[in-house]
Design a protein around this ligand. Structure first.
Ligand code: ATP
Length: 449
């Protein structure tokens, strides 16, 4: 993993996210729930835009991928077949001195809670236990009786909902291999050391796609998806220099995987380059296990070739929350502004992802300006998220919008009331165009697509 050359903006982002309504700590008034986060008014828009971008690219634009929304709770045998009951574990070590709990394989990323300048095991009196395996699945009970026969799990990944529906989707849509199934949904992992804001949480959303291919064509498709997914991340506006492939080798490669790459993003500071998406060639591991455990044939019949086989699976699995964090880290800037002492904080989010697309201001609260600005704002709101603001100086209002990444600010001034024109100010270039109020909708729409 290459070292990061980017600054650590995490603390500043956590504070901005709370102050401006992107992300709040869950159950904050009770002291917070461990590493669970709530998305506020702006955060929910940003994450939704990200999920829509994924759905558009993976499902809507392709005729060989179908969408799915499988339930979180599944038959408990699913998790035996998938290997999660026996093997979805992380090695856990305890510190006898500070009582901290750490993932043995991630000690290099952890900090001693008592001496944050040291890693666990580094401080003199620090005594770590031998690693023991800890299953990350959350257990609960189905129905009113809390007995082991009623145990169910909150899914730790969305993929299994796709595997068990492979034939349902294939037969109902009459798709031919190669084809894929995509879904977005919640996953739950009782992580030993969650943290770094929404980077590693216990409840999160995944966007996963399983592409079913004929054995023998798998490495070609693996290569295709590896490149395609990197292009997608770049298309979100993530800087190319902050993106990287990491190949799984040796013991890192899961026993069933034929090949695996992570797409990593440079989160800056000590976190540095970390996985945001995994691309895996899973062979026929999943379908063959479900076939064995369910006793139901899951083979695909290839009519033209007159043969039956279990397809191999190329999986692309990306975290919606982790990518939201990548977008925020990538977009965050503190800039000086010519002629202004204070400077500004700006989120240079891609306009298509920005939570608010346009903000409308009345220069002053008189001479018909607020009425005209309200009219413009409510007509723009029919087409994209639009804010209205009439408080504070225009400079302050620009700063408020910059800080949440709004790409366009529209000001109604004295001239507007007379000749029907307004100014449109661009977040990134700070340039201002004077255009007809009637043309604002198309002006913004063309630039946020
Ligand atoms: P890690 O090694 O970071 O725990 P993983 O290799 O177990 O991750 P996968 O099972 O491949 O992760 O999950 C695919 C994607 O789901 C990850 O790339 C990440 O974006 C997201 N993800 C996984 N676990 C979490 C989590 N606890 N919190 C937020 N996102 C997660």
């Amino acid at each position: 993993m290459p070292a990061s050359t980017q600054p650590d903006v995490m603390d500043k982002l956590v504070s901005l996210a709370k102050r401006r309504g992107f992300i709040f700590q869950s159950s904050e008034i009770y002291g917070g729930a461990g590493s669970v986060w709530d998305y506020g008014p702006l955060g929910v828009e940003l994450k939704k835009n990200l999920k829509d971008a994924w759905w558009h690219a993976m499902v809507r634009l392709r005729d060989d991928i179908e969408g799915l929304d499988a339930a979180i709770l599944m038959h408990p045998r699913v998790w035996e077949a998938s290997g999660h009951v026996a093997g979805f574990t992380d090695p856990l070590v305890d510190c006898r001195t500070c009582k901290g709990r750490f993932r043995a394989d991630k000690l290099q990323d952890a900090r001693c809670p008592q001496k944050p300048s040291k890693r666990p095991g580094e401080a003199e009196q620090c005594q770590l236990t031998e690693p023991r395996l800890f299953n990350l699945m959350f257990k609960t009970f189905m129905g009113p009786v809390e007995e082991s026969a009623a145990t169910v799990y909150l899914r730790p990944e969305t993929a299994q909902g796709i595997f068990v529906n492979f034939l349902n989707v294939q037969q109902s849509t009459r798709q031919k291999v190669p084809f894929g199934i995509a879904q977005i949904g919640k996953a739950f992992r009782n992580e030993i050391t969650p943290g770094n804001f929404i980077f590693r949480t216990r409840e999160f959303e995944q966007m996963e796609m399983q592409f079913f291919v004929e054995p023998g064509t798998d490495m070609e498709w693996f290569q295709f998806w590896k490149e395609e997914r990197m292009r997608w991340h770049q298309g979100l506006g993530l800087a190319a220099a902050r993106l990287n492939y990491h190949e799984h080798q040796g013991s890192e490669l899961a026993h069933y995987a034929r090949a695996a790459f992570d797409i990593e993003f440079d989160f800056g500071g000590t976190l540095g380059f970390q996985e945001v998406e995994g691309i895996h060639n899973r062979g026929d591991f999943d379908l063959s296990r479900h076939q064995e455990y369910s006793g139901k044939k899951l083979e695909y019949f290839d009519q033209p070739k007159n043969k039956r086989y279990l397809p191999y699976v190329i999986e692309t699995s990306v975290g919606a929350d982790r990518t939201t964090l990548a977008l925020l880290v990538n977009a965050y800037r503190e800039e000086t502004v010519q002629g202004e002492e204070e400077g500004r904080t700006v989120l240079r989010l891609s306009p298509s992802l920005a939570p608010i697309k346009a903000a409308v201001f009345a220069l002053t609260k008189k001479d018909g300006m607020p009425e005209m600005a309200h009219r413009i704002a409510s007509s723009l709101r029919q087409h994209f998220p639009t804010d209205y603001d009439e408080t504070g100086s225009i400079g302050k209002r620009y700063r408020r919008q910059d800080e949440v990444g709004t790409p366009f600010c529209i000001t109604v001034d004295g001239e507007s009331v007379k000749d029907g024109t307004v100014t449109v100010r661009d977040r990134d270039t700070l340039s201002q165009d004077r255009i007809a109020a009637d043309a604002v909708r198309d002006y913004v729409r063309e630039r946020i697509a």
